[in-house]
Ligand binder design. Structure first.
Ligand code: ZN
Length: 196
């Protein structure tokens, strides 16, 4: 199985270049736009009756390429015309309320020893404070495994994902071209982008 392992390692290395790829960020924007459009076309899921009006959240994302920054400065959200409650579609761009884009939260907290020199350089240019990285690592290893999403989905991965090696062990499960693999991984994680 040496071949599939090396393919996985290649994916892990190449993925980091996506942090500098406006094209990939446009793709993520499109996925979020589609989710928002679908939600907008429905009635309020909370009262089952009201019309959803746009009430987007302003965002100041970090680790976002300049070229797409403008489009990443808001997150789609809706407010009901009747019950006034908010409904926010899942996002592949923002993982919950974190300031950094979801892609950074997935790719940057990996162990330095597992990364290529190029990947480490990309991490360094983004200049994420060590404290933030430590917090993300703790989230991946201690809180993520306890999420409803992971509890419900972890059994589908073979071989089992080693929680001690998260997020690297999860990234390695998504193979193929880097943009496809990361796209699918972010879609997989999207339920965590909304409060459940
Ligand atoms: Zn409502």
């Amino acid at each position: 199985m040496g071949e599939s392992l090396s393919t996985k390692n290649e994916t892990i290395k190449v993925c980091h270049t996506l942090l500098h790829s406006p094209k990939f960020f446009w793709l993520l924007l499109q996925i979020d736009a589609d989710a928002a459009e679908q939600m907008h076309a429905t009635v309020c899921p909370l009262c089952g009756d009201g019309v959803l009006h746009k009430a987007n959240y302003p965002r100041k994302p970090k680790a976002c390429p300049e070229e797409v920054l403008w489009d990443f400065q808001s997150r789609w959200s809706f407010c009901c015309s009747l019950c006034r409650k908010r409904t926010t579609p899942m996002s592949v761009r923002f993982l919950g309320r974190r300031v950094y884009v979801a892609l950074a939260v997935v790719l940057l907290p990996q162990r330095r020893s597992t990364l290529s020199a190029a990947a480490i350089e990309i991490c360094n240019t983004l200049d994420v404070p060590p404290r933030t990285l430590a917090r993300w690592r703790q989230w991946w290893r201690e809180l993520f495994p306890a999420t409803t999403l992971w509890q419900g989905q972890c059994a589908r991965f073979m071989p089992p994902v080693q929680t001690i090696d998260l997020p690297t062990s999860l990234i390695a499960q998504f193979t193929g071209a880097a943009h496809e693999a990361m796209g699918r991984l972010l879609v997989f994680l999207a339920p965590l982008s909304v409060r459940t």
